[in-house]
Write a protein that binds this ligand. Sequence first.
Ligand code: T46
Length: 135
Amino acid sequence: MNKKLIDFQQHGDSRGQLVAIEESVDVPFEIKRVYFMYDTTPNVRRGYHAHKDLKQILFCVHGSCKVHLDNGYETEEILLDKPYEGLYIENDIWREMYDFSQDAVLMVLASSHYNEADYIRDYDQFLGYKGIKKV
Ligand code: T46
């Protein structure tokens, strides 16, 4: 699976924690976009798509959520519950986000501007795009 969990440095002292993220230093791409989601409806599942050309790092900066990843051959469930931990995902991975805690804030750093044409929102198309035959 083309993904990595990255622990970013925490600059903690008696006042609390601070995490700094610098483009091309801590993050292996140019940061073109930042978005975040919060107030997620209970039991909601989001995502249900893959990207053709996008690198992203997902942080649950508050609360927790899970991410289902699927590269067409194998799946993984990742728990994000630490504000300093980032889930780096590259192209061609189907993702779904779920089990959001009520207070969850999921923040994403992305390597490109928003482009709907980069999304593959149909699972069978995703398998076809990857050249995987359905059994
Ligand atoms: C991803 C996962 C982790 C914008 O206008 N600009 C943006 O940058 C984004 C991300 C979304 N939108 C609009 C498009 C939709 O009308 O916001 C609405 C919700 O987006 P979407 O249904 O794609 O959200 P999720 O949570 O299913 O997926 C998002 C990202 O879209 C996606 O790239 O990898 O989070």
